[in-house]
Design a protein around this ligand. Structure first.
Ligand code: NAD
Ligand SMILES: O=c1ccn([C@@H]2O[C@H](COP(=O)(O)OP(=O)(O)O[C@H]3OC[C@](O)(CO)[C@H]3O)[C@@H](O)[C@H]2O)c(=O)[nH]1
Length: 405
């Protein structure tokens, strides 16, 4: 049976691309690879030091997409194959980074090298070889909101201009240098500025993505199960670990910080639009079509988040407790949460973003994209996955006498 031709937003046929995806073995990379294999004709050169999260796409080699995904075990810090792979591709997507807050203040040098120095050759090779780059930055580049500097009871705090984060007008507000938490945000900001400058001075075609707390299956690791026992992942995995082990969820500094969470599958739709809209430019490069199809993703910085899913971390903990009880059939604990200071949880030099609401004007106008999934629904599918994947392994780990492997 003939399948329908794949078309972009403008109804134009999609030309298969070769994509060099750096950090393809991580949380976002694994979902993006899955989507590209299932729903596009594109080919992926998947670069990472790990491939556990994309094993299901690499094996068996009889899978229908087997000839469209190739894994290259490469550490981009020191591998001469990087430039060749970027040259082979039409588009490079750089996801590689140290991006867990527990590392920012405890391993600031590794954090800065990973997010700035190691990304430099990627930008350079793309620019020198005339290749397009989609670079993953972060919502953390906004730092704290303007409103956070107002008195707690100031009515101005309720005004959107004091807290909504806009790509083209919000300032980047970080703490002092000894607050090493900001090492990550500052490195990400500088690489954004460098990419922007490469675009302005040397014509690099780029898109910068600022993810706002994308969450879902395969995010990070469960300590002691598929990651180090002493490791501290991001909040979804921390709280999942607590729920799986029937421990109270730890609320850092009272869990007052606010976040907006978006389901990974919604967010990946936005990235796909950034990739596919580029195809319009590759396939139709005469003047007329480029007027009809402006480079909607090129030269833009996009917030990708869900402003409707805002909660405090305390509310997130309460909702996850309720959802996990529903999907696991286990009763909730009598004391489901416990407070802990950031110094005890993360160590000295930790600081926090107070509130993160993405402005959606630019992504809406350029790509016509909107998130769909509510926080409750995304937690229900994610915690069902966590329970199915980890509950047995946790039970076995808990049952083992201490010191045995
Ligand atoms: N998940 C989110 O909500 C979120 C939010 C803001 C920003 N981001 C950004 O998105 C990107 C991907 O995030 P993620 O959540 O998938 O993180 P992740 O840690 O799951 O994925 C990053 C991947 O990069 C790989 N990597 C790191 N250094 C490398 C190197 N030197 N060589 C080769 N591979 C290397 C890691 O092995 C990992 O598989 C990062 O740049 C991150 O800063 C993510
Ligand atoms: O057990 C825990 C773990 C964390 N918290 C608090 O939750 C908030 C969110 O923490 P987390 O998801 O780990 O990370 P951030 O949102 O602060 O930062 C990330 O945002 C985007 C990204 O760039 C990449 O993912 C990263 O830097 C926070 O307030 C923690 O203190 C908790 O209470 N208990």
């Amino acid at each position: 049976m003939a399948s329908a031709a794949r078309v972009d937003l403008d109804g134009k046929p999609i030309k298969p691309l070769t994509i060099c995806m750096i950090g393809a073995g991580g949380f976002i990379g694994s979902h993006l690879c899955e989507k590209l294999m299932a729903e596009t004709p594109h080919k992926v050169l998947a670069l990472d030091v790990y491939n556990d999260k994309i094993k299901h796409l690499l094996e068996p080699d009889t899978a229908e997409w087997a000839d469209r995904i190739q894994f290259h075990r490469i550490n981009i810090k020191h591998d001469s194959r990087l430039e060749g792979l970027i040259k082979m591709a039409d588009l490079t997507i750089n996801l590689a980074a140290i991006c867990t807050p527990a590392d920012y203040n405890t391993r600031p040098l590794d954090t800065i090298y990973s997010n700035f120095i190691d990304a430099l050759p990627v930008v350079k090779y793309c620019s020198e070889n005339g290749k397009r780059l989609i670079h993953f930055s972060t919502c953390e580049v906004y730092g704290k909101t303007i409103g956070s500097f107002l008195p707690k009871d100031s009515p101005l705090r309720q005004e959107p201009e004091y807290y909504v984060l806009k790509e083209d007008s919000s300032p980047c507000i970080f703490g002092s240098i000894e607050k090493q938490r900001w090492s990550y945000a500052c490195a990400k900001q500088l690489i954004e500025r460098l990419i922007y400058a490469e675009g302005a001075e040397n014509g690099l075609e780029f898109t910068i993505v600022r993810p706002f707390n994308w969450i879902g299956p395969r995010m990070d690791f469960i300590p002691g199960i598929d990651g180090p026992s002493e490791g501290v992942p991001r909040v979804l995995a921390c709280f999942s670990n607590n729920l799986l082990r029937r421990e109270p969820l730890k609320l850092v500094d009272g869990g007052e910080s606010q976040r907006t969470f978006i389901y990974i599958k919604d967010a990946i739709e936005a990235v796909l639009l950034m990739i596919c809209l580029h195809l319009v430019l590759l396939a139709y490069n005469d003047d007329n079509s480029s007027q009809e199809n402006p480079a909607r993703a090129n030269g833009h910085i996009f917030n990708v988040g869900n402003p409707n899913n805002e909660v405090t971390v305390r509310q997130l903990a309460e909702m996850m407790t309720e959802v996990y009880s529903k999907v696991s059939g286990e009763p909730t604990l009598d004391v489901p949460t416990v407070d802990i200071s950031s110094k005890e949880f993360y160590g000295v030099g930790y600081d926090d973003s107070d509130k993160r609401i993405p402005d959606m004007t630019i992504i809406n106008r350029q790509l016509g994209w909107n998130p769909k999934t509510s926080l409750w629904d995304l937690l229900e599918s994610t915690l069902t996955y966590q329970h199915r994947t980890y509950a047995e392994a946790i039970k076995k780990a808990i049952a083992k006498p201490a010191g045995t492997n």
